[in-house]
Design a protein. Sequence first.
Length: 380
Amino acid sequence: MSFQLELSRRAFLILLVVIGLLLIGIVLVVFLPSAKVTLIPAQETRSVTQEITLAKDAEGPDFVRFVLPAHIVETELEETKTITREAKDAKEDFARGKVTLINDQDEDQPLLPKTHLRHEASGKQFLTDAAVRIPPKGRVDVTVTAEEIGSGSNVAAGTFIVDRLPLPMQSVVHGESTQTFSGGLVTDAVVSEQEVTKAKEEISQALRERAVSELTLKAGGASVNPDLVHFETILDESSAEPGSKAVSFEVKQKVRVRAFVADQNDLLSLTLLALRSNSTQEEEFVAYDPASFTATIGRADFERGQARITGTLTGTFARKIEPSVLSGESIIGLGTQETIEHFEKFPSVGKAEVQFSPFWVQSVPSRRAATEISVRQPQQ
């Protein structure tokens, strides 16, 4: 009798174990499997340009009319560069240069060809190459040639005296040069146009590099945007013309530089405002690229104190994922790659990420509550 009870007890325990295992299996198969789908919206990068007015009489930023207050700074800069060429078989010749004749009288002053002009600092004599008539209170440029051969006539910039005029008139009719003469020593190789152009480009670049720092000082340390600097050439000359044979020559430039100084953060803010408003109903603004911001000057009227600036900025926009896309009914039973392909076919989805758990789960569970679909916005 006790033996039969023992068997019944063992059978009952085995049954309980089987039922427990079945319940565990049901839980593992039906309730434990889960899927997590993360959708990242499709993104688009695009740029916007916005016209902004800078005005010296503006009292403050106007974020409706895109107007910013600004003030003007200006200065004059000058740069000179001497080019020394290879002097093979150099020989002496007549130096040449350009002199500006000045007449402070109230009447014309004619000068004949080969009029003597004396370089005041060195005493060297030069002859005008052509007849000139200097208007009252006016100026005339004339080329001159040294009276004597040799490099000693490669004189520096300075004042020239018209010796043939009476002494009282020499103070009201005189000449000035702005650069060193050349040609007193020549070589067989001619000066090319490329040599002159290259030298001018180098000093032009030097002037541009100086401009921002000089204007910053004028602005009391305020930031000066290099793209908002306006250059006006006052002087651009070379002491040697292409085709001449000077062993050395000088190039000189003088410029007037002016700039509108405005708050750079306000310029960026107005352009960012235009970028944000560029989004459509199907998307939202995500972020902008600070390095993409540029502001270039278009029309500038320094007398009126106004300038038209074009601000350019690049930003990222994300599509809004439609609620219908988030339905999980159509992905039941799909594997990882199939689920990704299902979601990424929608234009508003840029990328889909799928995770199953536990590790043995290979498809989306049939139980809808076991699948989580969420949207992860791009990082700003």
